[in-house]
Design a protein around this ligand. Structure first.
Ligand SMILES: [Zn+2]
Length: 314
């Protein structure tokens, strides 16, 4: 039976439920050479973030996918504590981000050697915590891809082939997404296990006819990938709403994911700085979709079935 790897162990994928596929509990932007557990007080982070997680649990959310990678504030034990305290299924990741959040050793490794480290996290757990990742999180520069980012993308594909874990890539630029897809396909990975994070940024900067943006989204979807519209709440809702409605119109609901890229405790700022609530998707955006005629069946697909398909590993 397909399972999802949470920070507290595997669960049957059928039990996953309503999922926020891209949020953050904590982020540390100080850089790879300085970050580490000495930088934050776990008790204070729990005190700050638990109310936000309780708030989404009260909305009916049952799973939170925490997208902070290693060297950017990933703390599996913190996530275990919050999972126990809130009852949420929390999922963490293996992988690496991009410059200047890459450790020096990453530049010395070939893709297969980098993948070996990530596969070891899947097999043995992260560091000494025993916590296993539930997906692979990477990032690329806007493109053309730097050599190190090509290595990271190829390593992600190799890790996927060894583990079955999906790959989520921070992109937001169509050209970089296509270049990444060329690389994973060359490694033999099926794009249907690849998520383009921040896809709602593709075409968002253009004042031009929205049909230009829609064509760019459509072209990515035709390659088989998942598109994450994960910036919901960062600007007016109209933009993501138009994207969702247009892609639904084209029958592409089987490849869409919704989330907010919200949270997070900012390491280094007093009290964790300003934390963005994770409740707006369900409180404000979903009602807009309903009012626009989106059915409960489609909403369940976007918020329950699709995340489950992404996270399930046989
Ligand atoms: Zn994010």
């Amino acid at each position: 039976m397909a399972q999802v790897q949470t920070v507290l162990g595997p669960i049957d994928a059928v039990d996953l439920g309503l999922t926020l596929i891209h949020e953050h509990v904590m982020v540390d932007f100080v850089g790879a050479d300085q970050t580490g557990p000495h930088r934050w007080d776990q008790d204070e982070v729990v005190r700050t973030m638990q109310p936000h997680l309780n708030a989404i649990a009260a909305q009916g959310v049952t799973c939170l996918v925490e997208c902070t990678p290693n060297y950017l504030g990933r703390d599996p034990v913190l996530l275990q504590r919050l999972g126990r305290a809130t009852g949420l299924h929390i999922v963490t990741n293996t992988g690496l981000y991009k410059e200047p959040y890459l450790p020096a050793w990453a530049f010395e490794l070939e893709p297969a050697a980098l993948a070996e480290r990530w596969i070891a996290e899947w097999e043995q757990g992260i560091d000494e915590t025993g916590v296993r990742p539930g997906f692979i999180k990477i990032a690329v520069n806007p493109g053309p891809l730097l050599p190190i980012q090509q290595t990271v993308v190829r390593a992600a594909a190799i890790t996927h082939l060894a583990t079955g874990l999906s790959v989520m890539c921070h992109t937001g630029h169509a050209a970089a997404a296509h270049e990444s897809l060329d690389l994973i396909e060359a490694e033999g990975m099926d794009p249907r296990r690849y998520l383009v994070a921040h896809a709602d940024q593709v075409g968002a900067e253009d004042d031009a006819d929205p049909s230009t943006a829609w064509a760019a989204h459509d072209a990515l979807l035709r390659r088989g990938v998942w598109l994450e519209y994960d910036g919901i709440g960062w600007g007016p809702f109209e933009w993501q709403e138009s994207l969702v409605l247009e892609m639904l119109e084209r029958g592409l609901e089987g490849q869409l994911l919704l989330s907010q890229d919200a949270g997070w405790y900012h390491v280094g700022e007093p009290g964790g700085g300003t934390v963005q609530p994770m409740t707006r998707l369900l409180d404000e955006f979903v009602p807009r979709l309903r009012a626009a005629g989106v059915t409960e069946a489609i909403l369940n697909k976007l918020l329950i079935d699709n995340p489950r398909t992404v996270l399930a590993v046989n």
